[in-house]
Design a binder for this molecule. Structure first.
Ligand code: FUB
Length: 443
């Protein structure tokens, strides 16, 4: 078996989309759900979703969060993993159950709020954890949880920052929704939490935003096996709320969960469906985005769920960075993976692998984005290991033909300084052919 790797520096766009539309789902390399979107002071829009782990076991195995950002609504940057259940000191010892999160920013500190149980009996021990960072999408440290709130089924935190700088905290599940003020430290509730009055058929997934002086509270209902999103309005961030109806129909998942945000003059709805996994009501979900349109009286028109997604808006500066390309056919191969001309064929069974053993991490450890260029007729999966750390499965979306190398699976990891090893293993779905990988430092 050969063990030679070719390195060749090149300048590429990190995020590959040549389309004028984002396409839905817009994140395809891993499964993501429950997107909370925010625009921060650097002018980028950040999405904080939860991460469905493949193969799914209900929502039990969800144990980490990735973040994505954009400045044009089409080219999305994978910012990498920001928190793992193993880093939550007070968390359930078995891990898992890192459900729908949210993020807020106050005085230059980013506060990441995430629901997670503290006990094996997860459903009675929910807490809302907090992790903080000086950056929007990296270097988060778990700092504890919000004290003194209900632990039974109370999930899905949402933090809304009003225009006067007051932060409000909401959460809810199991048909109960509560809200209250946050103290300036952003980790303690100021006064009692209040039941949100006026919501009809509330299930979970609270999101609050403000437009033209009207407060909106959106939430998932209990509709059949496929929840819808409903909303209510108020002239007060803590209600009482006036019920307004359904504004996002079922997306074909059991669950529904989303956020509404304004970016560069347009309003967007982030939500999830299961169009990639197509497992029928499954827990392998993918995040999508479409326009939100309002009527003159402030009510929301029913969201049109599209395959194209929104159009690109002008980017402030092109996101180009220096990438290094490593040819797959020059890496170490085994278990059925074999060279075919200038690419590697048959990455399929768990035993098959491609090992790139001299990936250059540069002078300083940091985040780097891996792009795997692949071709496969049907849906494939690739297991990714970096320096032995198992990132589990990435999706290799079908390119329609086993020689059409249009597939780009994008994923951000942490590399150490100097030499790194990246190993791709078969994922047991359709055979994947790999042409090359590129590595682009992010930090
Ligand atoms: O993703 C896990 C859970 O499913 C979320 O917390 C709920 O809102 C539902 O989407």
């Amino acid at each position: 078996m050969k063990k030679i790797i070719a390195c060749q520096p090149l300048l590429i766009s990190l995020f590959l989309s040549a389309s004028c539309f984002s396409q839905n789902p817009f994140i395809t390399s891993i499964y993501t759900a429950d997107p909370s979107a925010h625009v921060w002071a650097d002018g980028r829009l950040y999405v904080y979703p939860s991460h469905d782990i493949d193969p799914a076991l209900g929502c039990d195995l969800m144990d980490r969060y990735h973040v994505y950002s954009t400045d044009d609504m089409v080219n999305w940057r994978d910012e990498g993993e920001i928190l793992n259940a193993s880093q939550v000191q007070w968390g359930r010892k078995e891990g898992g159950f890192m459900w729908a999160p949210d993020c807020a920013c106050k005085n230059g500190t980013y506060y990441f709020y995430f629901p997670h149980p503290s006990e094996t009996k997860w459903n009675n021990s929910w807490k809302i954890g907090v992790a903080t960072s000086k950056k929007p999408a990296s270097d988060f440290t778990s700092v504890g949880y919000i004290k003194g709130i209900d632990s039974s089924s109370m999930i899905d935190p949402c933090v809304f920052m009003d225009t006067d700088g007051q932060a409000y905290f909401y959460f809810g599940g199991g048909s109960k929704c509560a809200g209250g003020k946050l103290k300036d430290n952003m980790v303690e509730i100021d006064g009692p939490m209040q039941k949100m009055e006026g919501l009809v058929d509330f299930h979970e997934a609270t999101w609050v935003f403000k437009r033209n002086g009207i407060y909106y509270l959106t939430y998932a209902d209990n509709h059949g096996r496929e929840n819808q999103l409903r909303y209510a309005t108020s002239n007060n961030p803590l209600g009482p709320w006036k019920y307004q109806g359904v504004f996002l129909g079922s997306t074909d998942c059991d669950t529904n969960h989303g956020s509404v945000v304004e970016y560069k003059g347009k309003w967007y709805m982030f939500y999830h469906n299961q169009h990639i996994s197509n497992t029928g009501h499954g827990n392998l979900r993918s995040i999508c985005v479409d326009y939100v349109n309002f009527n003159d009286d402030g009510t929301i028109k029913l969201i049109e769920q599209t395959k194209t997604g929104p159009a690109a808006i002008k980017s402030s500066k092109p996101d180009t960075k220096k990438a290094t390309r490593y040819e797959a056919e020059k890496a170490e191969l085994g278990g059925g993976a074999a060279v075919n001309g200038n690419y590697v064929t048959n990455l399929k069974d768990a035993a098959s692998y491609i090992t790139f053993s001299n990936i250059n991490g540069g002078k300083k450890a940091g985040r780097a984005t891996i792009i795997i260029a692949h071709a496969n007729a049907d849906y494939g999966r690739i297991k990714l290991l970096v320096n032995g750390a198992d990132y589990s499965y990435l999706n290799a979306i079908a390119t329609g033909d086993a020689t059409a190398f249009t597939g780009k699976t994008v994923f951000t990891v942490k590399l150490i300084a100097g030499n790194n090893t990246i190993r791709l293993e078969g994922g047991g779905k359709d055979a994947v052919n790999v042409d090359y990988i590129t590595i682009t430092p992010l930090d």
